[in-house]
Design a protein. Structure first.
Length: 132
């Protein structure tokens, strides 16, 4: 649908920005507007590709890392809250745990799950320690 919108926009630009009624002017406009449409299509493709990477990271990697954390009984305690978010660049752990040892363990478990998934992202362990 977005591709159709980009092409429709390019067509409108073509129609509204004519250089006049001369054959040479129309050829020039057609060439310029064709390039603008191609550039718009490429920009759209690049944006969709990047969004797809983030979507892939969040729909595939995030559940794998979260499952690995939940599977560890030391981390899966009601006093710990560990959220996992992934992008094409990094996996972030946020929330809190009850000790610095658990923070380190959560990072190790996440790193292992990432390695097993052949992930290229870096790990950003933003967990805070809240003794209870």
């Amino acid at each position: 649908m977005t591709m159709k919108l980009a092409l429709a926009t390019a067509f409108c630009i073509f129609v509204l920005t004519g250089c006049g009624n001369t054959e040479q002017g129309l050829r020039k406009d057609t060439s310029n507007n064709g390039q603008k449409a191609a550039d718009s299509a490429q920009n759209l493709k690049d944006g969709v590709t990047e969004a797809g990477k983030d979507m892939g990271a969040s729909t595939i990697l995030t559940p794998k890392v979260k499952s690995a954390i939940v599977a560890d009984k030391r981390l899966n305690e009601p006093t710990n809250l560990i959220d996992v978010n992934s992008t094409s660049d990094k996996v972030t752990l946020e929330g809190h745990v009850t000790s610095s040892d658990l923070k380190r363990l959560a990072g190790e478990v996440a790193s292992k799950a990432m390695k097993e998934s052949n992930a290229t992202q870096t790990l950003d362990n933003k967990l805070t320690v809240e003794a209870r």
